[in-house]
Design a protein around this ligand. Sequence first.
Ligand code: PBG
Ligand code: ZN
Length: 328
Amino acid sequence: MAELSIKRHRRLRYNPLVRDMVRETILQKNDLIYPLFVVPGENIKNPVKSMPGVFQLSIDNLVLECKEVAALGIPAVILFGIPEHKDEVGSEAYAENGIIQRAIRAIKKDVPNLLVITDVCMCEYTSHGHCGVLQGEDILNDETVTLLAKEAVSHAEAGADMIAPSDMMDGRIYAIRKALDYKGYSKIPIMSYAAKYASGYYGPFRDAAESTPAFGDRRSHQMDIANSNEAIREVETDIQEGADIVMVKPAGPYLDIIYRVKEKFGLPTAAYQVSGEYAMIKAAALNGWIDGERVMIESLTSIKRAGADMILTYFAKEVAAFIDKNRK
Ligand code: PBG
Ligand code: ZN
């Protein structure tokens, strides 16, 4: 029998060079997707109060921001639009000259190498703030899916590189894939918000996107926070319907879901570090209660360690700057 000896795990921790050699998870710029909020008007840069460092931008400023993002080496942005007019059926979501459609064209013209992903949902565009068409207080699933497919096609027509449906209606991936293919956009990938939870962490986003529901909540379509097997069924369905990339959202509080999804399906997996996750870290850092940079990197490294291949994060610019500072 082998002699008992102390296992000296610390051997690999004394020297920083050795620590660098054995590190298993490393954040890269290619992992990052930066969310941006577009508003009508000119020369607008409204700070979002609950998200320090995040702004609502008019298209001119959005393009400048995208130039900066691309120069930092961040490969992709995801766009959210706040329309001029909201109505019952969210018409501006699929209007040829809607806010997002104009934003996409402006970015693709001036920053052609930046990947433009678009969030597809109705809640920013409906007067009631719900993610679809209502009958009484119910969101009609199939009628909404028809409009989501229209919205996705209009984004593709404007030049979007990737479509990201965030609505959680049933059958939307199938409908969107079919509509994109029919219109000649079979090369455009779909990043599905596949396991999206009904989360309290979306609060600050609803300020930024002005999309708080006028009554009720999103529990009739977003997932119950307590469920894990259901996430597997949601993701499986989206893959069967044609999703190319599957997303788990939020990220930090749902690392177990990211892990299960990546282990089971092995598909490119995205995670959304949402507004509330960002706001909490920022708030504590601004109070001097935590080291903000350190916790930023720790939170994102944890998300990647759990299995995410890419992360949507409001920290993207700060992370890119951090990588430049530390890896020269
Ligand atoms: C719209 C949408 C939401 C987020 C992304 N797309 C909000 C919601 O479902 O209410 C949240 C993103 C964040 O909190 O950063 N369906
Ligand atoms: Zn929505």
